[in-house]
Ligand binder design. Structure first.
Ligand SMILES: O=C(O)CCC(=O)C(=O)O
Length: 216
């Protein structure tokens, strides 16, 4: 599916997106952790990818985006975003994603639930109408074991919401322009996350989710 019509409007990126070369800033102490209830945690590293507008434009063009269809009652409908899943050992669509995966493996090597990040799920939110509903990544081991899911965002900022699975106040993380969020501990089974639709016009955002083997 071509998404060439989603070209990024001039001035749409942040200033940093436009002036910096494509690259990765250090992780280290720039990563801040928020400890959540029930053994979950979330790490944030704003602006991890520099020059992320270049990466956005490349991914919009080079990734063979696919629409996914879901049954809803008696109808089959398109899910409101485009997707492409890269299995373990499948070449990734840009070398920066390989560098990001290696940097994350090194940074999180000492975590109790450390495992190499193996797969990459890419999602394209074309505009403010695209979204993903509340869910945890509970296909596979995320349903029973602590794990980590790293999300790198390029393009227009959206809101990533997290809430305890049984209900409770949600927290909101802005994600776009090269930001990194890592959900860890029990987050996939005790918390849910969502990217809601927005009311105001929003440009494209690509979310790159890196997961260990057997987590989806
Ligand atoms: O857009 C995001 O960053 C979240 C995507 C997500 O939760 C998923 O695809 O499972």
């Amino acid at each position: 599916m071509s998404v060439r019509t989603l070209a990024v409007a001039p001035g749409q990126g942040s200033l940093l997106d436009q002036v910096d070369d494509l690259g990765l800033r250090p992780l280290g102490r720039a990563v801040t952790r928020r400890v959540l209830d029930h053994g979950a945690w979330v790490d944030v590293r704003p602006g991890w990818v520099t020059g992320s507008r270049t990466l956005l434009e490349h991914l919009l063009d080079a990734v063979p985006w696919q629409a996914e269809r879901r049954r809803m009652y008696d109808r089959v409908v398109d899910t409101p975003r485009l997707l492409r899943f890269y299995a373990e050992h499948e070449p990734l669509p840009h070398p920066l994603l390989v560098a990001a995966r290696e940097a994350l493996d090194a940074h999180y090597a000492a975590e109790p639930a450390a495992e190499p990040f193996a797969t990459a799920g890419l999602c394209l939110y074309r505009d403010e109408h695209d979204s993903v509903a509340w869910h945890g990544d509970r296909i596979g081991r995320g349903a029973t074991h602590d794990t980590m899911v790293a999300i790198v965002s390029v393009g227009a900022p959206r809101r990533l919401l997290l809430r305890p699975r049984g209900g409770g106040a949600s927290l909101t993380l802005p994600v776009g322009h090269g930001d990194l969020v890592v959900m860890g501990g029990s987050c996939q089974r005790t918390w849910e996350h969502a990217v809601p639709k927005e009311r105001h016009p929003t440009g494209p955002r690509v979310s790159i989710q890196l997961r260990p083997r057997g987590v989806r």
